[in-house]
Design a protein. Structure first.
Length: 632
């Protein structure tokens, strides 16, 4: 009897308890020998894993022609970081050569409205170097206050956020439900939870809330979520590698190479880290429940970015983790305080041909507007990025090639986000790229450390068009990018991005558009649910005059989005949900389904405005921002 690939993988997952990890992976990928050695040996350089999953470039099926193809883009992204006052440099590892993998991952960024004025501010995580720094010259994270005129002021010292170290990711949420969003930053070393005091300052409360760790960890991606729906935000923290500089192999000792170039060793050959879950006790403290909740012992390891959302539409948040050089992890909420990894059964563990991938960043959104949240994930150079279509039955289908993302394999992806660049109501995709090894510069390798971005326009038929070269100088400029956040920093109704680069200054990509399309922004405020509204599902329905923008001619333009604490690679985007509405004159319906189970609806809302909507049906605030100057 014939069997589908997904059915075969599901059967393997059901027998995982009686098979060893190597057996499961071997059977799931019969055409692929295990790429990663169990220890860094000179005869097995770490690069063997990189080479193993390099995928051939295959053209995407043409499908039905789209009326969008060939039309002007109407959008340009321009880097205005210098004009905006972002005069800082992110320090991370050696600039031309790296001894260890620790020097390669880079940092995240956040559009973070810390003062609740609905003008998003910017937070940039910073890093370190192996040799350290003289006292007083240590690099620090940076918080920039939005001046509401297109510029920012560095308020780091005043805010109390001048933390140093090997910074990694950041995520945002109001963990104590006091109405002010707090900030969590992961580190190689000790993480930091900064409580927002509501007066422009923060307090490091890591120790008193119970988040100090008893050992050295390489903490990576993070996200707040209310996994037990008790109204208090819990915290997931990925872990990359159990790494210690004192024992880690050097490139010359272990013969670690990439295409003949000596580079930092790993991750294959190094011991993977264990992911952590902290339960919010409701009294301002957390308890480590990683073991009890099922975070430990899953197939995937080498965690980088994480995203939490209700991906199976049952009202409970799940966690998807992009893992480097191995299968991804998909923690499915069992509704009893535990999770089960169902990445294989769900079809989101491997590439279409069953190979492990080096996942970096992950974003979630409904790109085909069927009411189900889909997944996009970035991967290493020589491979495609991944696009997983939600089938609505707890499983996904890999549509990378069908959707047109399989055309690009040369660049190395980090930050990624679904976003509506042209306000047509269909989610596009932006990817920040940059090579992991600075040593590739000046060599025979067809790659450079600094790389341009990918920009994909949604063709409204399940496919995307690569419009990178048309997207403006902010897209085509080559930079060593890592994390980036998406948000409308000047409140002009067009989504911008801030990019954290490695050993370079940031980019602030302002979206300049010739299109005059409608939009609406929603900021969710929970009462019974967590105050930030994380996990809330927002639906907007509007009638447009153009049948091209609708799923079917004459039908309303319906979109969904979820409020999420993290997005992309190591980053946190604007918590206000932005919907493009084409030529709609109003939003016929805005509906929010809260984590508590409460559903609220508002009808006939004006377009081109922000609405702050509270659980229970109240409109707390509305603003069109017309009274204040905007840039662009």
């Amino acid at each position: 009897m014939s069997q589908t690939r997904r059915g075969f993988l599901r059967s393997l997952a059901r027998t995982a308890l009686v098979l060893s990890l190597e057996d499961v992976l071997r059977l799931a990928r019969p055409a692929l020998a295990l790429a990663a050695p169990q220890s860094a040996q000179p005869q097995k350089p770490a690069v063997s894993a990189r080479q193993a999953y390099e995928a051939p470039t295959r053209p995407a099926p043409k499908g039905q022609p789209s009326p969008v193809t060939g039309t002007p883009l109407g959008v340009q992204f321009v880097d205005v970081a210098q004009q905006a006052g972002l005069h800082v440099k992110t320090i991370f590892g050696g600039e031309h050569r790296n001894k260890y993998l620790l020097e390669t991952t880079g940092c995240g960024a956040a559009f973070f409205d810390y003062d609740q004025d609905d003008w998003v501010d910017i937070f940039l995580v910073n890093g370190w170097r192996l040799e350290g720094f003289p006292k007083g010259q240590e690099p620090i994270c940076h918080l920039f206050k939005n001046n509401r005129d297109g510029t920012f002021t560095d308020v780091t010292l005043k805010a109390g956020l001048a933390r140093s170290g090997w910074g990694q990711a950041c995520c945002v949420g109001d963990y104590n439900n006091d109405g002010w969003n707090d900030l969590f930053v992961s580190y190689y070393g000790q993480n930091a939870l900064f409580r927002n005091n509501g007066n422009g300052t923060f307090s490091d409360v890591t120790k008193p809330v119970g988040l100090l760790q008893d050992r050295l960890r390489w903490n990576s991606g993070c996200t707040f979520l209310d996994y037990d729906k008790d109204g208090h935000l819990d915290l997931f923290v990925g872990n990359y590698i159990d790494f210690d500089v004192k024992t880690a192999p050097l490139p010359e000792d272990a013969n670690c190479t990439y295409k003949g170039i000596q580079v930092a060793c790993g991750p294959p050959g190094l011991e993977g880290g264990k992911n952590l879950l902290y339960h919010n006790n409701g009294d301002g403290t957390f308890t480590d429940v990683s073991q009890r909740a099922g975070m430990i012992g899953t197939l995937g390891t080498y965690a980088l970015s994480a995203a939490a959302a209700d991906l199976d539409n049952n009202g409970w948040p799940n966690i998807y983790v992009a893992n480097d050089s191995t299968s991804a992890t998909y923690y499915v909420n069992q509704k009893d305080g535990t999770f089960r990894d169902q990445a294989i059964e769900a079809g989101v563990a491997y590439s279409p041909d069953g190979k492990p991938q080096a996942g970096m960043g992950v974003s979630i959104g409904d790109y085909n507007r069927d009411g189900l949240l889909d997944i996009v994930k970035t991967n290493f150079a020589g491979d495609t990025d991944s696009l997983y279509l939600n089938l609505g039955d707890g499983s996904f289908d890999d549509r990378t090639y069908q959707a047109g993302l399989g055309l690009n394999t040369r660049l190395l992806g980090w930050g990624v986000s679904f976003l509506d660049i042209d306000n047509d109501g269909w989610l596009d995709i932006l990817v920040s790229n940059g090579h992991v090894y600075p040593e590739v510069d000046g060599t025979q390798v067809d790659a450079a450390y600094a790389e341009r971005k990918y920009l994909y326009r949604n063709l409204r038929n399940g496919q995307f068009e690569d419009v990178s070269l048309l997207g403006g100088s902010g897209i085509t400029a080559a930079v060593p990018a890592r994390g980036f956040a998406v948000g409308d920093y000047d409140n002009d109704g067009r989504l911008d991005a801030v990019v954290n680069c490695i050993n370079a200054g940031p980019q602030l990509l302002h979206c300049e558009s010739t299109l005059n399309r409608s939009w609406i922004k929603i900021r969710a405020v929970g009462t019974k649910s967590n105050r930030t509204g994380i996990g809330a599902r927002v639906k907007v329905v509007a009638q447009t005059g153009s049948p091209l923008l609708n799923t079917k001619p004459g039908s309303p333009l319906a979109q969904i989005e979820a409020v999420r604490s993290s997005n992309g690679y190591y980053s946190a985007s604007d918590l206000r949900i932005h919907f493009g509405l084409g030529d709609a004159k109003k939003a016929d319906l805005v509906e929010i389904r809260w984590p508590s189970g409460v559903a609220d609806a508002w009808k006939d809302l004006d377009v081109n405005r922000l609405y702050v909507l509270e659980e229970g049906g109240k409109i707390l605030k509305t603003d069109d921002f017309a009274r204040l100057p905007t840039k662009g």
